[in-house]
Design a protein around this ligand. Structure first.
Ligand SMILES: Cc1cc2nc3c(=O)[nH]c(=O)nc-3n(C[C@H](O)[C@H](O)[C@H](O)COP(=O)(O)OP(=O)(O)OC[C@H]3O[C@@H](n4cnc5c(N)ncnc54)[C@H](O)[C@@H]3O)c2cc1C
Length: 385
């Protein structure tokens, strides 16, 4: 879809909303997986009047979503330009949803501040800022005075290059998930858990029913939003969804007085504060192989972050989480109907928090209107056929 057209679609939703019980052509959709992607697709489908059932094998948010840093962004790893545009529209999707749902949905806007001491990484950051500025992203290099205004409690250490990326935000992922599921249910969606999808009844290459631990469930369309389990489940329908192993560990503190109004991307430590006051920090965000969830490792993460936010030295650790990123082999989303099994819709992606509201809306369009959204074309499951 042309970018301008897509923005029109997004903004028309802001202004009018979709009527419940609208013109949905597909009568019954089963969404497997109650993470942020399944929840957003279910919400957007139910709002359009589809009969939606969400099946979750454990409990909502028990996959990557509940263990996510949940920074909504389109910064520098988002390349090439088409993928950057997709993530920028993802940010717009959260703005749209917040206008639609009002105060019930808490998104902390405020942007992010990223910095490095002088050296190769600082030079790379400067180049990345210039590239993203050329693509239209509201990011800019900041000097010390602006840095301290943006992050007054942070001691940056020697500042080589720093930048402020204004359009970004963050959510508490479990809060956002809860809101989407509640709204989906208000529009008539059914949420079943624990209920594990164990297989499919296929006829003429189409899924007729899902086999589940609660018995068979018939469906006109099946959405697989089962996170890292998607590879195994899709294979049962003859579809290849290759994912890479990518664990990530985060330390969470007990609720604290407000220290941060934006995401701090310090060298070697990402730090944010949820609306409830909990500070969340992790390191090694580009596919670190760390899987240690011991208290000692959590304390080490807090100590690492306290190099920049000194008050973290005295703050109690509440929990350490290990999440497995839903990271496709080529690192781009895998989304859309499958050629092999035309009523099976796959939705597996990293940066799923950023992308969830957008892909929820676009997936509902593809499923209910029989439209192929051009914006999603590079990301079809068929590229791995
Ligand atoms: C440490 C970490 C940091 C991250 N940071 C960011 C970030 O800053 N910004 C960002 O945008 N993204 C981030 N991500 C990525 C983002 O969290 C994920 O892309 C997103 O949560 C994926 O959501 P999902 O719904 O696809 O998968 P999941 O949240 O994994 O949900 C899948 C659900 O399906 C269920 N399920 C599995 N198998 C079955 C079955 N057979 N039957 C029924 N249910 C089943 C699971 O129990 C699970 O609840 C991060 C991820 C991690 C791990």
């Amino acid at each position: 879809m042309h970018r301008r057209r897509l923005l029109e679609v997004l903004s028309s939703t802001i202004m009018t909303g979709f009527p419940a019980g609208g013109e949905a052509k597909t009568s019954s959709v089963v969404v497997a997986g109650a993470g942020i992607i399944g929840a957003s697709i279910a919400f957007h489908l139910a709002k359009r009047g589809a009969r939606v059932t969400v099946l979750e094998k454990l409990r909502p948010g028990s996959g990557a979503t509940g263990k996510s840093f949940a920074w909504i962004n389109s910064t520098f790893s988002k390349q090439p330009r088409s993928y950057y545009e997709l993530n920028s529209l993802g940010i717009a999707g959260w703005r749209r949803l917040q206008l639609e749902l009002g105060a019930e949905l808490q998104v902390q806007w405020g942007g992010s501040v990223d910095w490095y001491p002088s050296g190769a990484e600082a030079d790379e950051l400067r180049r990345a800022v210039q590239r993203h500025q050329q693509w239209g992203y509201a990011t800019h290099i900041v000097q010390e005075a602006e840095f301290h205004r943006l992050l007054p409690r942070i001691s940056a250490g020697p500042l080589g290059v720093a930048c402020f990326s204004e359009p970004e935000g963050t959510v508490d992922p479990m809060h956002a998930l809860g809101v989407l599921l509640k709204k989906a249910q208000q529009f008539g969606a059914r949420l079943e858990y624990p209920c594990e999808v164990t297989g499919f009844t296929l006829a003429n290459d189409r899924v007729r029913a899902l086999e589940t631990t609660q018995g068979p469930i018939a469906a006109d369309v099946v959405v697989l939003a089962t996170g890292v389990d998607t590879t195994r489940l899709a294979r049962l329908a003859g579809v290849n969804v290759p994912l890479k192993e990518s664990p990530g560990v985060l330390a969470h503190t007990t609720p604290q007085e407000r220290m941060l109004d934006r995401v701090a991307l310090a060298p070697g430590a990402h730090i944010k504060q949820n609306p409830d006051g909990r500070i969340v920090t992790g390191s090694g965000f580009s596919g670190s192989p760390v899987t240690d969830t011991s208290k000692e490792f959590g304390v080490k993460l807090l100590r690492n972050a306290s190099r920049f936010l000194a008050r973290l030295k005295d703050v109690p650790l509440e929990s350490v989480t290990l999440g497995h990123r839903v990271l496709p082999q080529d690192e781009f989303p895998i989304i859309g109907f499958c050629e092999r099994c035309p009523n099976l819709y796959i939705a597996a992606m990293h940066s799923g928090i950023t992308l969830s509201t957008l892909v929820g809306q676009l997936a509902a369009t593809e499923i209910l209107d029989g439209i192929t959204v051009e914006l999603l074309k590079p990301y079809r499951p068929s590229r791995f056929a």
